[in-house]
Write a protein that binds this ligand. Sequence first.
Ligand SMILES: [Zn+2]
Ligand SMILES: [Zn+2]
Length: 332
Amino acid sequence: MLELVFLGTAASAPSIQRGLPAQMVLYRDERFLIDCGEGTQRQILRSGLGFRRLERILLTHGHLDHILGLGGLISTFARWEAVDRLEIYGGRWALNRVRDLLFGVVLRGARPPVPIDLIDLEPGILLESETFEVRAFPVTHRGPGCFGYLFREKPRRPFLPEKAAALGVPAGPVRRDLVNGMSVTLADGRVIHPDEVLGPERDGVSIAVTGDVDRVDTLVNAVQGVDLLVCEATYLKRDVQMARQFGHLTAEEAAWLARAAGARTLALNHLSQRYRVGEILDETKPWFPNTIVTRDFDHFQVTRERITLTNQELKDDEMLLDDVGVDNGLLE
Ligand SMILES: [Zn+2]
Ligand SMILES: [Zn+2]
């Protein structure tokens, strides 16, 4: 299972309901903060996620609405020592701006509270384990070095407990070894091979986050078949000229991408105050009905079986998103 929590869903400036861009992706014990707009640290607290294990921050680009929160976060870490180290990934331009903000303004020559690594990204895999990978893919927006991110569980063979039980494989570490592809010897001397207790390979699930983007035709391959596509939708098509001028998308273009890439669910963020939720959905529906206009603290859980949405803050019921035509029309 992969999870994503929206911490800020506004474009450029916050509103009463929407904070500046930030979202957290969760996989097992791993956490990835994507972007850190002003006010993100308070959003993290409100979401209940807290700062624990918040050691990796991935920046889509260096515009201020996506990075200013880093200053506050670091100065809080200086007092609380909430993490042991911090890795900040991004394009060179974004990292230079972050370096100026953190070392020039916030720390001003003081020692960082925790070791801070600024990691210059190249497109491709940036983190990988046996079961999971994170990829950066290039996107075009204003300026160089802008990236989107793809989080993907690797395909795996499910463990079949009934087969294991029939073979007399005891619960515990022996089963874990089999899941990890190792043959095991039982107490009675029989050797059990992984093939005897594992089913056929199944794809894992994936989440893509585009960040700010000004065109979508170049992204179809990067997000092909993704389960949850998080895409910006700063404008509606009646304002397409502004979208081009400022390097953003219309909601229709985001929906086009979801359809062209065969995504399962589309979650729109980086939203302007000038539009109502219903107008946005009217524009996406002909292209991609399974679209959500996100709200701060929306929490998506993505498994092969289903994608669900909850919002603790708004206390609404769990919503199953594999149905089409969802209109979560709060904030209208
Ligand atoms: Zn932005
Ligand atoms: Zn931007």
